[in-house]
Design a protein around this ligand. Sequence first.
Ligand code: DON
Length: 569
Amino acid sequence: MLKFSWSCVIFITLSIGQSCSKKDTAQHTHSSKTTIADSAMVVSARKEASEIGLQILKDGGNAFDAMVATEMALAVCYPFAGNLGGGGFMVYRTNDGATGALDYREKAPLEASKTMYLDKNGEPNPKLSREGSLAVGVPGTVAGMFQVNEKFGTLSMAKLLKPSIDLAKRGFMITAKQANMLNRFQENFLEINKDSILFSRQFAKGDTLKNYALANTLERISENGLSEFYGGHSGQILIEFLSDYGGIMSLKDLEEYHAVWRQPIEFDYKNLKVISMPPPSSGGIVLGQILKTLEAYDLKQLGHNSIKYIQLLTEAERRAYADRSFYLGDPDFVDIPVDSLLDSEYLKQRMISFSFEEATNSKDIEHGEITGYENDETTHYSIVDQYGNAIAATTTLNGAYGSKLYSSELGFFLNNEMDDFSTKPGVPNMFGLIGAEANAIAPGKRMLSSMTPTIVEKDGDFWMSVGTPGGSTIITSVLQTILNVSEFNMSMQEAVDAPRFHHQWKPDEITFETIGFKSKLLDSLSKRGYKVIQQDSKILGKVDGILRLPNQKLEGGADHRGDDTAVGF
Ligand code: DON
């Protein structure tokens, strides 16, 4: 990777509206500040984490170094989703144009079985796959960070972990949104854990929270390396803790866990090249299917969030999610016909039944026929460094605070990622997603994900890094954000702020955010046969992104729906 010397130049915060066409963005209801930087930027769910990542860049580290520092800082100050007890995915593009993807997704424990969540009548018990010890997949985050450091790091893990250790000891400030969330889950925490935990009290905005147990765990990892977590002292504490709660994870599970480098899903959309996460995430393929379906239409002419635009996206989403449900799973266990699913002719055929006159019914849509096989919580952050490397990373515990099971000795929550498997064919998971055999539980298998960390190139150069939490709505939120900029000339911040909608085949309904859609528009869609859902205070995702502007500066998009913050220099 090439490095060039840089001087810390300017960091300006200005109000939005610079590069946008007001005509196209008439439906905006929120205006956030946008952040512009000369050469480097970090955007994440918390100011502290963004600043820790940026400091690593200022110290001469690259985007991969900053990734490790940011991810670990999120584990400290954003326990809702930031984690040591979960997993994630990362897509990168280096300054010489090389691309790749890292899979540090959790795995089913070796003792897991296809029917482990079914009762004696063969019905799934969602509580078991969502709460407590049986919901926990083998965590991948620590392995992921060591992999990144080994392949691309220029600074030591000790240096990258230090700011998070200090933050855990010094304490971080609880924001209003965070206090609200923690308080909401207080009863859950007390119900699922045998004793009270660090997070099971009432919080108020402005409280400082110190997590010495987590600081100690990070210190031990810093001193002893990867094996500390995957079999060493911390690993043993984890397995004893889970066993005490009736868990099935063993030291062998930890010892055998590896993060995996994978080939990203890459495809062209008009003048853009999209690089996104391959299976075991469905993100890249489903995003590709939808974008390649839309390629045949003039979206600008339809107009942003117009009736026809919503119909078209909905119908493309309906068909892509039907394919997701049938074909996608862990590529180490199932064959996935990637090229066929992304084939333009196939996607065109899938839209033959679509008309602007009337909604297609999901009952009439199944997965497409492929001829022959080829051999609510998560968090996203984007980083671009001063050397021109870019990463997009999405990491998760699955639900808010994962399984809610918290190891007070280690200082972190454990995921409930097992619920992302299809516990029984046709039965929806926490996000209403339906799966089939391809995503059935098997020992050591990774559960299918929707996480969509994505990098977009324009004219052969880095253009955008983007991603979001939101379960099944992740893919459609990333989709709309890319389209908002590429088709409707919004700035990165406007694209992130713009109101969003979502359809996922089943249930057969379009979910709209509460703010930003006129009732007349929703009525017109209902008249055309669409079931329209608009719940109180519904938000879809918390998108974070970075855009390279024509003048080569970087623009951050930090979602106002959360406490997300862009910082740069
Ligand atoms: O991997 C997935 O698709 C889910 N576990 C993501 C969960 C999520 O985004 C929750 N956030 N709202």
